[in-house]
Design a protein. Sequence first.
Length: 137
Amino acid sequence: MNELPLEATRFASSPRGAQLARRLAVRHMEDWGHPPASDASCAVALVVGELAANAVQHGRVPGRGFSLRLTLDAAAGLVRIEVADATSVKRPPTVPPASHPESESGRGLLLVDALAVRWGSAPRHPVGKTVWAEVSV
């Protein structure tokens, strides 16, 4: 298998941290041969942006940030995105929540669902959760 994993990078649990995570993802996609304006890079950037924003908004624990890990599986044509935060939830997301058509938020996981081949979440030990998505490249 031709995998190129990256060590998890930690970010502050803030809007700036989410922005930096997205920029880092675009830079790695470019290193892997997918220019910033390519469909693959844009899809990965959007998914990273949504998952990081959710980690900041819903997974924030004072004094703890979130982490981003990317893995390219060139043979399978997939980039795996993992965003981990320190909040444990009884039932992590497995399907996009229903949102009201006129609401200003609540559509992030719908976007992830549309762009990812598959996605899900898992508990993180000793504390927290990881939300992951796999995007075709």
